[in-house]
Design a binder for this molecule. Sequence first.
Ligand SMILES: Cc1ncc(COP(=O)(O)O)c(C=O)c1O
Length: 412
Amino acid sequence: MAASIFTAVPRAPPVAVFKLTADFREDGDARKVNLGVGAYRTDECQPWVLPVVKKVEQMIANDNSLNHEYLPILGLPEFRANASRIALGDDSPAIKENRIGSVQSLGGTGALRIGAEFLRRWYNGNNNTATPVYISAPSWENHNSVFVDAGFKDIRTYHYWDAAKRGLDLQGLLDDMEKAPEFSIFILHACAHNPTGTDPTPDQWKQIAAVMKRRFLFPFFDSAYQGFASGSLDKDAWAVRYFVSEGFELFCAQSFSKNFGLYNERVGNLTVVGKDADNVQRVLSQMEKIVRTTWSNPPSQGARIVATTLSSPQLFAEWKDNVKTMADRVLLMRSELRSRLESLGTPGTWNHITEQIGMFSFTGLNPKQVEYMIKEKHIYLMASGRINMCGLTTKNLDYVAKSIHEAVTKIQ
Ligand SMILES: Cc1ncc(COP(=O)(O)O)c(C=O)c1O
C-alpha cells in the first residue's frame, strides 16, 4: 500500500479551553472544579436551559405551520430585525433612518468571520489584506485566528489590561489608537471583556470614540455577553449605541450563546450600520455571496427561539428575567469569593473580583500558581489566570478560596 497522502500533515495543538474541559472530565478527584469553560452553570454546577427557552421550544414543536425548508441566505428576517433591535435599541436613529442591515450567523464566531471576510474583500479598497486589524491585549483567543483565516496579514494588539493596576490601561489604548494608521480596524468588546472582565466606563468610551472618529478607525464590536455584564440589556449595549449616535459606520457581531443559553444551536447576528440604506444594501448583497459559499444558509431552530422570544412583550420580559437570574448569580459569586479571600488574608488586593463584570474574572494568578491549582487542587482554569465565575457554587466556594489562598502564599 502506498503511504497516506496525509503523512505530512502536522498535528495542530488542541484548543486550550476545550482541552481543559477534557482534562477536567478525566480527573477522578471528587473535589474537582471546572473554572475554564465559558458557559453558565447553576448553583448545582449544571447547564441551564432557560425556562423561557423551554417554553418557546414547546411552542415551536406544536406549531404545525413551521417546516424545515431552507431559510433565506441572510437568515430568518424576524430574527435579524429583532436581534439588531436589541443591540441598537428601540429608538436607534440608525434603525429609524433605515440604514442598518443584518446577517444571521453561526454564533458570534460566524458573525465575526463573515464580517472579517467582508472587510478583507471590500473595506477600504478591494482585497484588502494589508489593513491593520487591532485586537485588545489580551483578548478572546479566537479573534486573532478568525482575522488571520479571513486573510488579514497585519494583526496587531492594542494596550488594554494593566496587570499592575488590575484594570484598564486607558492611556495605552488611546495612544495605540492615535498611532494606528487611518482606517485600521479595531475589534472592541461591547461589554464584559473576555478575558479580563474589565470594560471602559461611559466616559472612557467617549474618549475612545473621539479618537476613533478623528483617526478614521473602524469599530467592529463583538457583543457576546449582552445582559450578562450588568443584568440589563440596555446598560450592556451602551457603548455600541453611543458609537451609533456619534454617526459611526460599524459592525456588531452578536452571540446568543450565553444570554439565551443556546450554545450548541449556533445563533448569532452581524449588524451592519451604514450611512444610508443604499450603502447597507450593497454591503448585504456582498455578504450574501460570502454566506453562500460558507454555510449557504443558516439553521433555523435557535433563530426561531430567539425571534419568538424577542418579538413577544411577555416572552421578552420573561427572558430578561432569566438573564438577570444568571447575571445575579455571577455577581453573588464575585462578592462571595472576594469576601472569602479577604477574610483569609490572602496576600494582594481582591477588589478587582467584584469590580470586573461578566462571566470571567482575571484573577492575577500567574502560570505557576495556575499549574498548582490544576495539579494539586483539581481546579481547572486558563493559564492566563482567567476563571469563569459560573463554575463557582455555594458548595465549592470555600474550597476554591482556600486553594487560591494556598497557591498565592506557597507559589510565587
Ligand atoms: C468575546 C467572545 N466573542 C465571541 C464568542 C463566540 O460566541 P459563539 O459561541 O456564539 O460563537 C465568544 C465565546 O466565548 C466570546 O467570548
